[in-house]
Design a protein around this ligand. Structure first.
Ligand SMILES: CC(C)(COP(=O)(O)OP(=O)(O)OC[C@H]1O[C@@H](n2cnc3c(N)ncnc32)[C@H](O)[C@@H]1OP(=O)(O)O)[C@@H](O)C(=O)NCCC(=O)NCCS
Length: 151
């Protein structure tokens, strides 16, 4: 599924053919991509990657997964991460990528909600999501626990 190819920019679901194009992709805050891991990642059920490609170079990536509920016939999409390579930022690519992911989650996956977590202190990221219409309820709290590592 391809959203649009405008001015050489293509937004699409990540598939195996795109993976070799990602070997040089560097995004602030993302670890270097292991191509083998990416191959396994896209084959995992309910897990999705989305990319922005410009002139056959991958310049942006977003990924996440579907949460299914046992108590009703609905699901949500959790967006784990989004990033655009630094030299391509502030050109609308991140917004188009996020738009594509939302549409894909709502229309194709029939999710009724998309959600993500980010640091409140990351004002730039919060601004980006809010500009795209995402909201944060001040009553929402994220709890988490890390697996203990044995020493
Ligand atoms: C956040 C990010 C995906 C936005 O992508 P983008 O292609 O630059 O976004 P767009 O051009 O569509 O929109 C730009 C808007 O995002 C905001 N923004 C958020 N983070 C930014 C950043 N690190 N650098 C530049 N702009 C950023 C800008 O303020 C701008 O808003 P404005 O037009 O009102 O000034 C991208 O900046 C990025 O990869 N940042 C590093 C990773 C990150 O912070 N990810 C999100 C947290 S998980």
């Amino acid at each position: 599924m391809i959203d649009s190819v405008k001015n050489g920019l293509e937004i699409k679901v990540l598939d195996e053919q795109d993976i070799p194009l990602m070997k040089d992709l560097k995004i602030e805050g993302f670890r270097q991509f292991s191509l083998e891991y990416l191959k396994r990642f896209i084959k995992t059920q309910d897990t999705y990657g989305f990319i922005a490609k410009e002139n056959n170079i991958v310049v942006g990536l977003c990924y996440g997964h579907v949460f299914r509920r046992p108590d009703k016939d609905s699901c949500g999409f959790h967006l784990s991460s989004i990033g655009v390579a630094e030299q391509f930022q502030n050109r609308g690519i991140g917004s188009k990528l996020l738009d594509f992911v939302q549409n894909f989650a709502f229309e194709k996956l029939q999710c009724c909600k998309c959600f993500l977590s980010t640091l409140k202190s990351d004002a730039a990221a919060c601004h980006f999501y809010e500009k795209q219409g995402w909201t944060s309820d001040s009553d929402d709290v994220l709890y988490y626990i890390n697996r203990k590592t044995s020493t």
